[in-house]
Every structure is written in structure tokens, then in C-alpha cells.
Design a protein around this ligand. Structure first.
Ligand SMILES: [Ca+2]
Length: 278
């Protein structure tokens, strides 16, 4: 079963109160539906310190819950940065962080790039790392072939991978194609360890994309920084009829283990969980 085939009526625009199978009982670190943000202004985040460099702006063009979402834009032939922030506390070995966002990727959105710099077709999306954006960083990445225009073969075949830019290669199969023109929940979890029992796991809606062992973190390494669409390394490729903006809504980050599990019994933030439920 592919991403998006099993979400049924849980996904749709402006659904707001999607049916919840089990209400959340955990306490999140971040839960943001953009309701306190100002349309037309840069996203400031729940702590008021989110850094976007002008690329993330609140809009009412579409939303997953309520009336607002965060519209992230980038430009052709440029490395773009979707922004990031730090959590209040730091999380070291023994902690697990789950990080979930809803994304809306238009069918015209280009995930392609010019092929420069060090990313080679990767859009670095959900990101977690040491406070101050210090590596090694864990990413749920979205990838595409280089220099594709809208309509080119493969343009809509964007795949998902987990990587760690310290010492880990791709750890998911990359067989799952990202849905377009619908809200999709992407989620990355990281069990932080220095003793060999760490892991990464990823989901799209309620589909488990895969996971792998996480490298031991260095001495003194803790996780506090989180980022979205954090960055378009390799220079974005926006040519022909392709477009360069996507939407984010309903962010949840928790170090308190979710009380819902996927079909394999793995704890995760259920797609039906919303910031307004906390
Ligand atoms: Ca919203």
C-alpha cells in the first residue's frame, strides 16, 4: 500500500476536526496549527523565535486545520532555507523525539535541483540536530532527479529517505512516492543513543516508510534544533511550468511517547492528532 492510499477521510483541506481514533494523552513540546500567526507575516513559531529568512510566510490560501498555514517558497538556482528553531530543553541519549508536520505539495511543485553543491537532488525536510543547527543532523529527505521541468518524466516521482549527515547513508528503501495535491503527514522519529540502540523511523500518514539504526551521538551531543524544508541544497530547479511553494500545517513534536501505534506496533503521532487536541 502506498502513501496516501489508506488515509481515506482523514485527509482533506479545512477538515479541522478529523476523526480521531484515539485522542492523544502525551504532552508535546511543540504543537502549532498556525492559529496565532499573522497572515502575510513571516512564521514566528510557538516560541516566537523561528528563523525563516523570509521564506516561510503565513497564508490563508489553504490550511489543514483552521484557516492558516505556513507557505514556504524558494527560488530557481538558489539554495533555499525553510527555517528552524530550538526547543526549550535539550534531549540526549535515552530520549526519543517524534516530529510530525502536515505538508501540501502541489503537483507542479519542483523537487528537482540544478545539481550543484553537495545535495545532488535532495530536499532536506524534517530535520533534528544539536542546538544551533550543529551536525550530525537527522533528516527526512525528499529527492528527485536533477533539472526536471514540470511534465518531464519522473517529475512527480519524488521519493522519501532518512539520512544522517554525520555517518549514515540512506536507510529507507525510497520506494514510496510522495502524494501531490493533498495534505500528507510526514513524521521522523529519533531514538537518541550513545550505546548502540538508537534508531530512526519515518512515516507518511499511517504508512511506515522504514527505519534503521542511528549512529551513536558524540559525547555531549543533545538534540534541540528542529527545522522544516531545511534547505534546498544543490540549488533549486524551477523552470518551465513548475512552481516553488508548498504548505505546512499542524506541527507536533514530542519527547513524551505517543499513546498511538502504527500497524507494526511502533509508537507514533497518529495522523488524526491535531494541535488543538492538546
Ligand atoms: Ca492551520
Amino acid at each position: 500500500m502506498g502513501i496516501g492510499e489508506n488515509v481515506g477521510e482523514n485527509v482533506g483541506e479545512n477538515t479541522g476536526q478529523n476523526r480521531s481514533i484515539i485522542l492523544p494523552t502525551y504532552t508535546p513540546l511543540i504543537a502549532d496549527n498556525m492559529s496565532t500567526e499573522t497572515i502575510g507575516q513571516e512564521y514566528v513559531g510557538p516560541l516566537g523565535t523561528y528563523f525563516t529568512n523570509g521564506t516561510a510566510v503565513i497564508t490563508d490560501e489553504r490550511s489543514h486545520s483552521g484557516t492558516k498555514s505556513n507557505k514556504v517558497s524558494f527560488t530557481h538556482n538558489s539554495n533555499s532555507f525553510g527555517g528552524g528553531d530550538d526547543l526549550v530543553l535539550d534531549y540526549g541519549p535515552g530520549s526519543t523525539l517524534w516530529y510530525r508536520c502536515y505538508f501540501y505539495f502541489p503537483s507542479t511543485l519542483s523537487f528537482s535541483n540544478a545539481g550543484g553543491h553537495d545535495a545532488w537532488g535532495w530536499g532536506k525536510f524534517l530535520m533534528m540536530c544539536k542546538r544551533g543547527h550543529i551536525s550530525p543532523r537527522a533528516y527526512l529527505q525528499l529527492t528527485s532527479q536533477i533539472q526536471l521541468d514540470y511534465g518531464d518524466s519522473g517529475f512527480d516521482q519524488t521519493k522519501t529517505y532518512i539520512i544522517n549527515d554525520g555517518s549514515l547513508g540512506n536507510c529507507t528503501s525510497g520506494e514510496d512516492v510522495l502524494p501531490r495535491d493533498q495534505w500528507t503527514a510526514l513524521q521522523l522519529a529519533w531514538k537518541i543513543s550513545s550505546t548502540g540502540d538508537g534508531w530512526y523511523r519515518a512515516w507518511a500518514d499511517d504508512t511506515y516508510l522504514g527505519g534503521c539504526d542511528a549512529p551513536n551521538v558524540p559525547d555531549g551531543y543533545t538534540v534541540a534544533t528542529w527545522g522544516i524544508g531545511n534547505y534546498w541544497n544543490g540549488l533549486a530547479w524551477v523552470q518551465g511550468d513548475s512552481t516553488s511553494a508548498f504548505y505546512i500545517d499542524d506541527i507536533i513534536i514530542t519527547a513524551d511517547q505517543p499513546n498511538t501505534v502504527d500497524s507494526g506496533g511502533r509508537p507514533y503521532i497518529h495522523p488524526s492528532h491535531y494541535p488543538s487536541q492538546f
